[in-house]
Design a protein around this ligand. Sequence first.
Ligand code: SF4
Length: 400
Amino acid sequence: MEDSLYQSLKGAGLEDIGEKVCEGKRISEEDALRLFDCPDLHAVGRLADYACHRKQGAVATYIVNRYLNYSNICILSCRFCAFYRREGEEGAFTFSIEKLVEEAEHSYRQGIREIHCVGGLHPKLPFDYYLALVREIKKACPGIQLKAFTAIEIRHLACRIARLPIEQTLQQLKDAGLDALTGGGAEIFHPEIRNQICRGKETAEEWLEVHRIWHKLGQRSTATMLYGHIEQVSHRVDHLRRLRELQDETGGFTAFVPLPYQPDGSGRLPVVRKTSLLDQLRTIAVSRLYLDNFDHITAYWLSMGLAGAQVALAFGADDLHGTLQEERIYHMAGATTPQGTTARKLERLIREAGRIPVQRDTFYRVVPAGERKELERSSQQDSNGRKEKKMGRLSNPKAS
Ligand code: SF4
């Protein structure tokens, strides 16, 4: 450890944690709580940056991706969620497979590498709809990576719709072409908080079990944590502990994506302490230091803002997620960040932060330059050929 880092940690009373990190030893839950409580955020961030550089060098990644939401109709009513609607309620939507494939194809021609697809827990859509959705997108967009469904959606499909064991449900989706599961639905694992913010939702154990089975099928997924509402930092550490344990067991998580809560203004979930940028940077730093078995920690710019995510690259993050075209869930909750950005902008932010920008795929593999050029060329051809077609929101929802 270089002397200036050691002095900084010593000044903050963190030299014992610094030594553990430098020797490649694990930090404990007590250590993580101390990092959350330490007034010297700069020292915590420097240590996380050290750990990040040791794992990833100077590289920081992003992906060219877009969101696709098939339906916002949901049988649950999580208190933090501004996205869901009941059937027949104003603003409810469910898209046909044809419309979703058309949108995916359009994005594919523009150079999108990954489709990120989630929806509500629809009471009636048959399992065949989901299988066809996966199959038809993969057929129409060869080579695109489809990251879809939260563990909560998977349990809903398995237990209420297909009435199949989780493993068989996942196997059928995998056979249809599903590449990766999303990390959504984790919220906060601790039952004391979970019961208050999303009563009726699957438990932490059930969420973890879906990922465990998916990983045992040889597949990968991400993990998230929704924080900055009514939880305490001890609940965050409990959440990280459960993820670290499962990662020790399966090694199937590609990345951890902490999600700062975006209050929707409805007051349905009164926020005890709205998360500040400093709290978000600290959460990223502690995640990097505690989750020593996760390769990637993502700064989700959509909720942190582009400038906040850029700063997070000095606090342990090594990934900015993606271009995130067509995001709805955070924006329906009132996010004021742009609804998507460009690869060029993300690269500039990474470079300004002193890191080397690398475009990745769903599995954090480098996208070869040749392949990128091809995608950029296709994108150019597409925009020339379809000047009149806007890339905007799905404008014609088919009522469910
Ligand atoms: S968070 Fe998901 S499960 Fe909960 S209400 Fe919203 S769409 Fe439904």
